[in-house]
Design a protein around this ligand. Structure first.
Ligand SMILES: NC(=O)c1ccc[n+]([C@@H]2O[C@H](COP(=O)([O-])OP(=O)(O)OC[C@H]3O[C@@H](n4cnc5c(N)ncnc54)[C@H](OP(=O)(O)O)[C@@H]3O)[C@@H](O)[C@H]2O)c1
Length: 273
């Protein structure tokens, strides 16, 4: 049976071919949601779908789409709008960069802005069509926008990564204000370092982040996703932004409070104000 026509709840997940996205797919399928999983690599999406169909006996639809291309985003939007039982929209697809802004390939940075910001903005808007149509005041659906602790920070070689992730934090907070009355809950997930394909992907080659930062700073995708889902469903939440791990909660505060501006400048060799 096709996803969205059998009355079962549906979760749409971008970047579901690996890392956090694949774990969200696992957890939400386990809970009985059918899935629409979206990414560029069909082979990886098929592998995720086959494994989860066998494990949880759910329906899974694959959408091969490059979310840095407007026509692909629009194709995904149309599909999402046509899912009356859409319960979760997880905007997770993304990638990093590690070049000083004057030296970046501006086309790659444009792809980052489109994947992180434009796709999230348009797919959130599309998801609200079926969620609003449920006509509920509570439990109409959930939107998770995967930001990063980088959204609170600033530093060399990350102008667009930090910038796009900061956009996702502000966007999610404002979105929550606008959709509360329709019973929709929004989360901006802001993880620190996690062991996924992120740090070895094409745009992060030669970043050496894995070798540079100590083990205690790294979390597993499973830990982060499980805590994200738990925080999203708490009856009383501590706001839209969710930062897994106490250490990173401090980093988030340290990175955004004016009180710590002199310390930030000191630690970053004078380059961050
Ligand atoms: N890992 C970390 O340390 C960390 C920390 C904070 C935040 N994050 C954020 O977490 C999110 C997920 O990353 P991850 O850590 O799970 O890394 P990952 O394992 O590399 O997964 C990234 C996912 O995004 C998809 N993707 C990338 N570009 C895409 C595009 N243009 N169109 C469609 N799909 C695209 C990839 O699939 P295809 O290649 O098949 O398209 C893949 O499924 C990202 O937004 C990242 O910024 C990661």
């Amino acid at each position: 049976m096709t996803v969205g026509t059998n009355g079962r709840p549906v979760a749409a997940i971008t970047g579901a071919s690996s890392g956090f996205g694949a774990v969200y797919a696992d957890r939400l399928a386990k809970e009985g949601n059918d899935l629409v999983i979206i990414a560029r690599h069909e082979d990886k999406l098929k592998a995720v779908a086959e494994k989860l169909k066998e494990k949880y006996n759910v329906e899974i639809e694959i959408m091969v789409a490059d979310l840095a291309v407007l026509s692909d985003i629009e194709r995904v939007e149309s599909r999402i709008k046509a899912l009356p039982t859409l319960n979760y929209m997880i905007n997770n697809a993304g990638f990093g960069g590690n070049r000083s802004f004057p030296d970046v390939d501006i086309d790659v940075e444009t792809r980052m802005v489109m994947t992180h910001c434009l796709a999230t903005m348009r797919l959130s808007h599309a998801a609200l069509v079926p969620m609003k149509a449920k006509g509920k005041k509570k439990g109409a659906g959930f939107v998770i926008n995967v930001s990063s602790i980088a959204g609170f920070l600033a530093g060399c070689g990350a102008a667009d990564y930090c910038g796009t992730k900061a956009y996702l934090i502000s966007f999610s907070k404002c979105l929550q204000c606008d959709v509360r009355k329709f019973g929709v809950r929004v989360q901006a997930l802001c993880p620190g370092f996690a062991n996924t394909g992120f740090h070895t992907s094409e745009t992060m080659i030669n970043s050496h982040i894995k070798e540079t930062y100590p083990n205690f700073l790294w979390g597993s995708a499973e830990y982060i996703v499980d805590h994200s889902l738990r925080a999203l469903r708490r009856p009383y939440r501590m706001g839209v932004v969710f930062i897994p791990k106490f250490f990173y909660k401090l980093v988030g505060y340290f990175g955004s409070s004016w009180l710590f501006a002199p310390l930030r400048t000191l630690f970053s060799g004078g380059c961050v104000r």
